[in-house]
Design a protein around this ligand. Structure first.
Ligand code: HEC
Length: 224
C-alpha cells in the first residue's frame, strides 16, 4: 500500500483515543491495583501491570523489568571496592630490587606452563625487536632512519641477543625483572622511582605476571 501518510493520520488519533480510554478506565475505578485486572461491565476484561505496595514503608513489587529500579547513567555511582583491594587470586607485588628479584623462584609460576602459548606471546610482543630467532635482529633493526640522511638505518639501543651467555647466565628472577621493567635501563629507572626512557616497553603493565614468567621459561628453553 503506497499511501503510508494516510495510515499514520488515522493511526495516531486512534492511539490517542486508546490511551485516553485506558486512563479513563483506570481512574474510574475499574482497575484492581492488586491484580491489574480491568473490568468494564461484564463484557471487557484485561490486565495491566500491577504495582502492589506492602507495609507502612511501601515496598513496590514490580511486575515488569521495565519498572525495576535499575541504575542509569547520571545516577550516583555504585559503591566501588575500597582502595587497595586485591582480586581473590592475589595481586602481584612489583619488585625492582635486583637482589629480591634474584631470589624469586620460577617454579612457583610454572604450574600451567604452555610452550606454544609462550611462543605466541613472544611472537606478538617481543619478536619485532628481539627477532624470530631471539638473536636481537628483529624487524625494528632494519627500519630506515627517520632522519632520512642516509646514515645507518636503526640508531636506537640494540635489542639484546636473548640466545647468549649474557642472558643464560642471568637468574630466572633477573630475566623476569628485565621483562617486567623494560630491560636494565627500565629496571634502573623504576628502582629510582622514575619513568623509563628505554626502548623496550615495561611489560609489567602489558602482560600478566604469569605471561612474563612463561616468557622466562621460553627464553630458557631456546637457550638449551
Ligand atoms: C621495542 C623493542 C623491544 C621490545 C618490543 C622488547 N624488547 Fe627486550 N630489549 C630491547 C632493548 C633495546 C634491550 C636492551 C636494553 C635497552 O637498552 O633498553 C632489551 C633488553 C631485554 C632484556 C635484558 C637482557 C639483558 O641482559 O640486558 C630481556 C630479558 C628482554 N629484552 C626480553 C624481552 C622480552 C621477553 C620481550 C617481549 C615481552 C621484549 N624484550 C620486548 C628492546 C625490546
Amino acid at each position: 500500500m503506497p499511501n503510508n501518510g494516510l495510515n499514520i493520520r488515522i493511526a495516531a488519533p486512534l492511539m490517542m483515543v486508546a490511551v485516553l480510554l485506558v486512563a479513563l478506565l483506570v481512574s474510574s475505578g475499574c482497575y484492581n491495583s492488586k491484580t491489574g485486572e480491568v473490568k468494564v461491565g461484564g463484557a471487557i476484561s484485561f490486565e495491566l501491570p500491577v504495582f502492589p505496595e506492602t507495609g507502612s514503608h511501601a515496598v513496590q513489587i514490580f511486575s515488569e523489568m521495565h519498572y525495576s529500579p535499575a541504575y542509569r547513567s547520571q545516577e550516583v555511582p555504585r559503591i566501588l571496592p575500597p582502595e587497595g583491594s586485591v582480586p581473590v587470586t592475589g595481586a602481584e607485588v612489583k619488585i625492582f630490587d635486583i637482589e629480591a628479584l634474584k631470589s624469586l623462584s620460577i617454579q612457583d609460576h610454572m604450574a600451567n606452563y604452555n610452550g606454544s602459548q609462550a611462543a605466541k606471546t613472544y611472537a606478538v610482543n617481543c619478536q619485532v625487536c628481539h627477532g624470530q630467532s631471539l638473536q636481537g635482529d628483529g624487524l625494528i633493526t632494519t627500519l630506515n632512519s627517520a632522519r632520512n640522511d642516509g646514515s645507518k638505518a636503526y640508531s636506537g639501543a640494540a635489542p639484546v641477543n636473548l640466545i647468549s651467555e649474557r642472558v643464560s647466565d642471568l637468574s630466572d628472577g633477573e630475566i623476569f625483572g628485565y621483562i617486567t621493567w623494560g630491560g636494565r635501563p627500565g629496571l634502573a629507572a623504576a628502582a629510582r622511582g622514575k619513568d623509563s626512557t628505554a626502548i623496550m616497553p615495561q611489560f609489567g603493565y602489558l602482560l600478566t605476571e604469569e605471561q612474563r614468567w612463561q616468557l622466562v621459561q621460553y627464553i630458557r628453553d631456546q637457550n638449551k
